[in-house]
Design a protein around this ligand. Structure first.
Ligand SMILES: C[S@@+](CC[C@H](N)C(=O)[O-])C[C@H]1O[C@@H](n2cnc3c(N)ncnc32)[C@H](O)[C@@H]1O
Length: 214
């Protein structure tokens, strides 16, 4: 298991007890996402954490494959799904890096609060593009530290080494837009909820619905 997966395993129980930061913005993101969903859609969510979003979206699509490389996160997610008798979400401990599925498997892929944690964001965005049907959707909400906290780049490796943070990738909203369009996506919807307020600074968040060409 890599250091970041260990980090997320350690914090999983605490993460599941935290109230959702920015409930109104979270509800708006759920709502916008559902406007794109169809009942026959097959969806992948990677970095699903404790599963709340996959469970919330379950009634609106055919099936959700929800993965996270922290087995503790998946255990909590599965317990929540069992308690609510959710039948159409499959939770699985897996890394998006190692996941292998045939091209065009999914109608939509969700990557929520996770792209900034990837060491190989471009590779994963390209992988998601391959996994999607023509016209498929990549829906992401991402903390972009590069706009207001670019200095974090300097302390991120030290924090990771000391086990204080997981791996954190610093980029701007413009960088993310470019990564998506370079991979072949067209940005169909974009919204900036309020900043992510951390004890060491405020960062921009961007919510994007990106579409693969038909
Ligand atoms: C900040 S949490 C977000 C959880 C959830 N998506 C949410 O919005 O509450 C990031 C999650 O991504 C997972 N994660 C990070 N990198 C991953 C990877 N390469 N493959 C699978 N899961 C990953 C972590 O284990 C963690 O549960």
């Amino acid at each position: 298991m890599n250091a970041s997966a260990k980090f997320w395993n350690k914090v999983a129980a605490g993460y599941s007890r935290q109230p959702i930061a920015g409930e109104a913005a979270y509800q708006k993101k759920l709502q916008v996402t559902r406007e794109y969903f169809q009942p026959n859609m097959k969806v992948l969510e990677f970095g699903c954490g404790t599963g709340s979003t996959a469970i919330a979206h379950a009634p609106y699509v055919q099936h959700i494959q929800a993965i996270d490389f922290s087995s503790n996160m998946i255990e909590i997610a599965q317990a929540k799904a069992d308690a609510q008798n959710i039948q159409n979400v499959t939770f699985e401990p897996a890394s998006i890096d190692q996941m292998s599925v045939p091209d065009k498997t999914y109608d939509a892929v969700l990557g929520l609060n996770v792209l900034h944690l990837l060491e190989n964001k471009e590779e994963i965005i390209a992988k998601v593009h391959n996994m999607l049907q023509p016209g498929g959707l990549f829906i992401t909400s991402t903390v972009c530290l590069g706009d207001t906290m670019a200095w974090f780049k300097l302390i991120a490796p030290v924090g990771k080494f000391l086990g204080l943070f997981p791996s954190v990738n610093v980029f701007t909203i413009k960088d993310l837009e470019k990564s998506l369009t370079d991979a072949g996506f067209v940005i169909d919807y974009q919204w900036q909820p309020g900043d992510y307020k951390s004890p060491i600074g405020n960062a921009k968040i961007v919510f994007i619905v990106a579409k693969k060409a038909e």
